[in-house]
Design a protein around this ligand. Sequence first.
Ligand SMILES: Cc1cc2nc3c(=O)[nH]c(=O)nc-3n(C[C@H](O)[C@H](O)[C@H](O)COP(=O)(O)OP(=O)(O)OC[C@H]3O[C@@H](n4cnc5c(N)ncnc54)[C@H](O)[C@@H]3O)c2cc1C
Ligand SMILES: *[C@@H]1O[C@H](CO)[C@@H](O)[C@H](O)[C@H]1NC(C)=O
Ligand SMILES: *[C@@H]1O[C@H](CO)[C@@H](O)[C@H](O)[C@H]1NC(C)=O
Ligand SMILES: *[C@@H]1O[C@H](CO)[C@@H](O)[C@H](O)[C@H]1NC(C)=O
Length: 525
Amino acid sequence: MRFTFNNCVTVAASLLGLGQVQAQSQSTRQIAIVGAGAAGSSAAYFLQQFATQAGVHVNITLFEKTDRIGGRTRTINPFNDPAQRVEQGASIFVQANQIMFNAMTEFGLSQHVPDADADPKIAIWDGDCFVFTIDESAPTWWNTLKVILKYGLTAPQRAQELTAATITNFMRIYSGPFFPFQSLTQVAQDLGLSAATGVTGEQFLSANNIGVHYSHDIIQASTRVNYASNLANLHGLDTMVSLGANGATSVQGGNWQIFYEMAQRSGALIALNTSVVGIQKTTSDSQYTVQTTSSSTPGSPATYPGTFDNVVIANPYQFSGISARNGVLDSAIEQVPYVQLHVTHFTSASRLSPGFFDLPSGATVPGMVLTTLAQSDTATSGADGVGKAGFFSVNILGKATNPQTQQKEYVYKIFSPQAITPQFLSSLLGATVPATFTGGSSPITWHNPHVFQAYPKTSPRTTFQGPIVGSGVYYTSGMESFISTMETNALMGKNVARLIVDNMTAWESVKARDGEPWEKQRVLN
Ligand SMILES: Cc1cc2nc3c(=O)[nH]c(=O)nc-3n(C[C@H](O)[C@H](O)[C@H](O)COP(=O)(O)OP(=O)(O)OC[C@H]3O[C@@H](n4cnc5c(N)ncnc54)[C@H](O)[C@@H]3O)c2cc1C
Ligand SMILES: *[C@@H]1O[C@H](CO)[C@@H](O)[C@H](O)[C@H]1NC(C)=O
Ligand SMILES: *[C@@H]1O[C@H](CO)[C@@H](O)[C@H](O)[C@H]1NC(C)=O
Ligand SMILES: *[C@@H]1O[C@H](CO)[C@@H](O)[C@H](O)[C@H]1NC(C)=O
């Protein structure tokens, strides 16, 4: 059940009204969450769940700058037809991602069935030649044999074992004594994962005796498609995450639906089109107010009605446009360099041109082309790091029906560090693409470019911005320098929810012991 209050605000379920009545004997924690992506939606969902289990009351306001829930998890519609939507941002999660999997099941969402028109062949291009090809429709033994013939038996085997061992270590984060954690630096160390985050992927693989050819060709192709980084420019843990693709799946109709459901089921008051631009302490010093702008009146911040006991900042702070006044943050939230990634979708009746890849005309180019560095390339960070190939990946997601012709056409997706130009597309498709991309005799019938501040450039590190950044103020995006995925950011949201509810129950017991009202205890502290 959902009520519309006004343009910007919807309330999910009637939990608020219920809370109001019961709150008479018990205080209600007023909680602001800023950002309704994976982290913020998950924080809201688990806050409601943990509070209910603990018999305490929360009143959550979820602020979201855009008009939709999901953040970097979003879909777009080829030919502007919502029935044919494809992932534009975060596209897969894996078997080990228990928050995502459980939520999908619990919310009755179904797994995306791979498009029969998606091409199961994968090739790795280094800008000069294909260094490897895999046919996913061929028997496993055949692909295994191909790998062994080229790279030997031990490198792939050791890489697989190292990935499995790293995932096993990581999985302990979901339960005690590791969960909940107040310090990400400490939990990384306790889980034994600092050794992986403290070195580059290249160093980590070499320290584990994984052969350089296999690392350079196969593993690097996966770090480039997953994190737009060469092995020399991201840390060992993200390298393992890039390899841990067992049971990869996505939600039919869009992964964002998981976060949409979480937000709805949290009972939060959801303020869409509302940017938080300031956080301020109240005069009593124990609570916060937030200043917001609405997308219809962007220039004029106003103090949002109500005061908050807790504020959860659930987006990368440096891009949030929030100014935190004196005393809100214990110390500045670290700025981290992000990877700027161009994600280009387009539709075309044409396949990739064999000429572009120096294949004989008439040859069929595999439907997924990943890339690695050429022998002549040096691994650098930033846009140049892409090397001679010029892009990180191009793939055919499947087919969509062109409403003009009723014919099915290929839906392509390209990841690149710079905008994809008509010139580049002309040579990729072997036909002239005009400056307007579509129209006339263009081989492209629909075109959608987007730029993301995608994820941090994860250079080696062993300290991480933690979840507690002020008195009652929490932050989720420190997780991204450790691992940036839907699952891990949702996990950080869940962790913050646990910390807040644990803090509430601790206060309730102080109150019960001393007979003082909760508010008073907090001021005295
Ligand atoms: C192209 C791409 C591909 C990816 N592929 C994968 C993948 O396959 N699998 C995977 O697991 N992960 C993938 N990721 C990473 C994943 O998308 C992120 O780790 C995760 O979605 C981040 O979630 P978040 O909630 O922390 O942040 P975000 O999703 O960025 O959400 C933050 C929200 O806060 C809002 N906001 C910001 N500032 C304010 C403000 N001042 N006031 C109010 N609201 C504000 C934003 O509008 C946004 O909705 C990919 C990312 C990209 C860009
Ligand atoms: C948010 O703003 C957009 C564009 O300004 C508008 O179309 C949409 O209806 C608004 N949504 C809400 C919930 O206010
Ligand atoms: C819940 O929070 C909103 C602020 O978004 C406030 O207006 C409302 O009064 C609060 N309700 C309760 C029951 O505390
Ligand atoms: C609860 O959080 C407040 C604000 O951060 C803090 O001052 C207090 O010590 C915490 N209380 C408990 C019992 O954890």
